[in-house]
Design a protein around this ligand. Structure first.
Ligand SMILES: *Cc1c(COP(=O)(O)O)cnc(C)c1O
Length: 625
């Protein structure tokens, strides 16, 4: 790559366009996963879609062949039918025309939000499922779909490092996205907590553990929970009273004010509800969640961010102590794998180490959920003995630790390259997945039942997202040879974009990047934060979905108080004037997800073309050099 600054007049064509034969086998594999920026694989995909449709038609005709036909050739030729047909086809043409103005997300020029090209196996899995239209609410409405969903969950669980052994085997289901998957985690953590509390209160009442506090009860852990269970020898005398004891019922179903009163009586201290600990970079779904669960926004206790822009473990420990001192149970600690703003990874390993230490020292077993909606797919794929690791060591350690946590949110419709809607919630242990359903303590723990209906927050659920993920897992592969290739490619592309942007004559300021998201702003020494933010807004007006630029980016704003440890040293280094009315830094955000952005076979060098377009836009804004 040449090191000279890009002047706006050069067309960034590639001098070294590759011929087909120069292509490495790993690049060829990539080319078989996607339709391609110019629909290069259209013939093949057309053939497959036809095959899917033909197979579906044949199936329809073969299931009840003797029933006779309802629609005849004459019907189809009648003027009423023909009129309807013409009308339908006219409307369809209109609709097709309307979609011509859709955001061209398939193009490597789209580097905006967390979506891009979808893979061919995912498209085909999705279309096939649309035809059959199974409802995965239950095995009754989806004979095949629910089985494929369970298999797809198993494949994702394996990728995340959850081991399948007996009672501890992972369980989960597909959701419409990461938001609902996060809610699924919260309801289960709450169910588990209320079961622990109920059992602790019973042990306290009957004198087994007379001094047990509410906080100790809420984090009892399954081993003590089982040991204190209704089968415990000391409890048999109480068995007949169980029916009248509210603690034997479903605390989650109680009126929350009555519950608070019940717990106040039992533990002789006020019950003010649990808290949820998460870094200040949280996705807004967590705010929705605490409100929806009736915990109140106050229950969301923010944890400070470190200089890396990730959860500060020391502050987490402090907050855990504060919660215990305030008599507030910890519903869960949430780590983020791939933050929405910068694609950063919380130190999941160090968070889990801290929670393990507290479990050993204090007997507090705290639920650790990983919001890996964006970054989860990096888990299986990026580090390999042959290729080494394309991510930093702390990120690899974080990813490897996911297998030790309680539950995970994952969005196949982001880095899984699967069409919407496809999110997933997975718990490491079936028991925690089922925490809500088997709420009555006398119910037998049913490990085999995999009918999703009773366990999902959503009711009717399409199987399409699950089947699309299933076919992708079987074809592309949730491993270094499959997703690993795609994601390594995107990491390289991000690095190249960084290099290209820093060659510009204008003062481009890059934020530290750890995956394939890249944030940047433009500001000369001595400029005010407000001026830099205004420039980011102006660039977004050009390169946002409503703009006239031939590239698409997104933007985000980093709050100075939340991201202080990361931002203050950077702003000082860039010699930015802080002004009283700017409380945040607005950055343009590039999601470098498209595997073809750096394809050396394409005529245009898109990284350089983007840098050039940016440079021209900056010149038009008269940016200081
Ligand atoms: C995208 C995202 C979500 C929400 O997922 P949806 O699929 O949009 O509902 C939650 N958390 C993180 C970290 C995300 O990146």
């Amino acid at each position: 790559m040449s090191a000279d600054a890009i002047s706006p007049t050069d067309a960034p064509l590639r001098p070294d366009t590759l011929s087909e034969s120069d292509c490495a086998p790993s690049d060829i594999a990539l080319k078989s996963f996607f339709l391609g920026p110019q629909a290069e694989n259209a013939e093949w995909l057309r053939q497959i879609i036809n095959q899917v449709f033909e197979s579906y038609v044949r199936w329809r005709r073969e299931v009840y062949p003797d029933d006779g036909r309802a629609i005849s050739q004459n019907d189809r030729q009648s003027s009423e039918f023909q009129g309807r047909r013409r009308h339908f086809e006219r409307e369809l043409l209109d609709l097709l025309a309307r979609f011509e103005s859709e955001v061209p997300k398939y193009s490597p020029r789209y580097i905006g939000h967390m979506f891009s090209e979808t893979s061919m196996p995912a498209m085909v899995g999705h279309v096939l499922t649309l035809l059959h239209n199974p409802n995965n609410i239950s095995g009754e409405s989806s004979r095949v779909g629910v089985k494929l969903e369970a298999e797809a969950i198993d494949a994702l669980a394996e990728m995340l490092g959850f081991s399948s052994q007996g009672k501890a085997s992972p369980r989960g289901h597909f959701t419409s996205g990461g938001t609902i998957a996060n809610f699924e985690a919260m309801t289960r953590a709450r169910s588990r907590m209320l079961r622990f509390i109920a059992r602790g209160a019973q042990a306290r009442a009957r004198g087994t553990l007379p001094a047990l506090s509410l906080v100790e009860a809420a984090h009892l852990g399954w081993a003590r929970y089982d040991a204190l269970g209704p089968d415990a020898p000391s409890d048999t005398s109480n068995a007949e009273n169980a029916e009248n004891d509210p603690l034997s019922g479903d605390l989650q179903a109680m009126n929350p004010f009555a519950l608070a009163e019940l717990l106040r009586q039992h533990f002789e201290q006020p019950y003010r509800g649990p808290v949820l600990l998460i870094g200040e970079h949280k996705h807004y779904s967590w705010v929705k969640g605490v409100e929806l669960l009736g915990l109140g926004k106050e229950a969301l206790w923010p944890v400070r961010l470190s200089a890396e822009g990730t959860l500060c473990v020391e502050h987490l420990e402090q907050r855990l102590n504060e919660a215990a001192a305030a008599g507030r149970p910890v519903l869960m600690v949430v780590s983020v794998a791939g933050t929405t703003e910068l694609g950063a990874f919380d130190p999941i390993d160090r968070v889990q180490d801290l929670l393990d230490r507290r479990a050993a020292a204090l007997g507090h077993h705290i639920w650790h959920h990983v919001d890996a909606a964006y970054g989860g797919f990096f888990a299986a794929s990026v580090c390999s003995p042959e290729s080494g690791c394309a991510l930093s060591e702390p990120v690899c350690r974080a990813l490897e630790a996911i297998g030790r946590t309680n539950s995970v949110t994952l969005d196949p419709h982001k880095l899984g390259y699967v069409p919407y809607a496809s999110g997933a919630f997975i718990a490491r242990q079936a028991r925690e997945y089922l925490a809500h359903r088997i709420d009555a303590p006398y119910l037998v723990f049913d490990e085999e039942a995999r009918d999703p209906g009773p366990q999902t927050l959503e009711g009717s659920r399409s199987a399409a997202g699950a089947v699309a993920t299933w076919l992708t897992a079987r074809t592309i592969g949730l491993n270094t040879q499959g997703y690993g290739r795609i994601l390594r490619r995107t990491l390289e592309a991000r690095k190249r974009l960084e290099a290209t942007l820093s060659e510009l004559a204008q003062p481009v300021r890059l934020l530290p990047a750890s995956s394939n998201l890249l944030g940047f702003c433009v500001g000369a020494p001595g400029e005010s934060l407000s001026a830099i933010n205004a420039r980011s807004e102006a660039l977004y007006a050009r390169f946002g979905p409503q703009g006239a630029g031939d590239f698409f980016v997104s933007k985000t704003s980093l709050n100075l108080s939340a991201y202080g440890a990361l931002l203050h040293p950077l702003l000082a280094d860039w010699e930015v004037e802080l002004d009283a009315n700017a409380t945040h830094l607005t950055v343009l955000r590039l999601s470098v997800m498209n595997p073809f952005i750096d394809s050396r076979e394409m005529k245009l060098d898109l990284s350089r073309a983007f840098a050039q377009a940016l440079s021209e836009a900056l010149n038009a804004l008269e940016t200081p050099q």
